[in-house]
Write a protein that binds this ligand. Structure first.
Ligand code: OFO
Length: 174
């Protein structure tokens, strides 16, 4: 496997694993603040990020490279409020999108078209995740801390949560 592409995917593995940890911390905070629907949504997001990481691990190994499982920094324990949680989540996703775009660039520079093709799945996934984070944040801004609104928001988010299935190989859809 092309060394530069392998390194860029290993860097992306760190990002996906960190996303999973970050969202897990947000889920746990939400659960401790009585926001069970939000917690369910964020636990599912955390699982999804882990699947994104796994897909990359499997891809590198299946291509004859070596996936590196990283040590991770501890995510925050406290958040200001729910709006702050989703602002952080959106900003985090914007950063991950930049990193995926960088990976796409490297694939093109190295003429690694099969990895480029594989990475397109992440390009669309990032579009969806940014859109979803923006729409949740817009709702929270509308509610503006109203208790009744927060109750409905939390209940709606629980209903909207679809748990992701784990990939069995790099080419299986997560
Ligand atoms: Fe892995 O999709 Fe977001 O970060």
């Amino acid at each position: 496997m092309n060394i530069r592409v392998e390194k860029a995917i290993n860097d992306q593995i760190i990002k996906e694993a960190s996303s999973s940890q970050f969202y897990l911390a947000m889920a746990s905070w939400s659960e401790n603040h009585g926001l069970n629907g939000t917690a369910k949504f964020l636990y599912a997001q955390s699982d999804e990020e882990r699947f994104h990481m796994l897909k990359l691990v499997k891809f590198v190994n299946e291509r004859g490279g070596k996936a590196i499982i990283p040590a991770l920094e501890q995510p925050p324990v406290e958040f200001e409020n729910l709006e702050n949680v989703f602002e952080l989540l959106l900003n985090h996703e914007i950063g991950v999108t930049e990193s995926i775009n960088n990976l796409v660039d490297i694939c093109l520079q190295e003429k690694d078209y099969s990895t480029h093709n594989f990475v397109q799945w992440y390009v669309s996934e990032q579009l969806e995740e940014e859109a979803s984070a923006r729409s949740v944040l817009d709702k929270l801004k509308l509610i503006d801390g109203d208790k009744g609104g927060m109750y409905m928001f939390d209940r709606d988010l629980e209903k909207a949560t679809v748990l992701a299935a784990p990939p069995t190989s790099a080419t299986t859809k997560a």
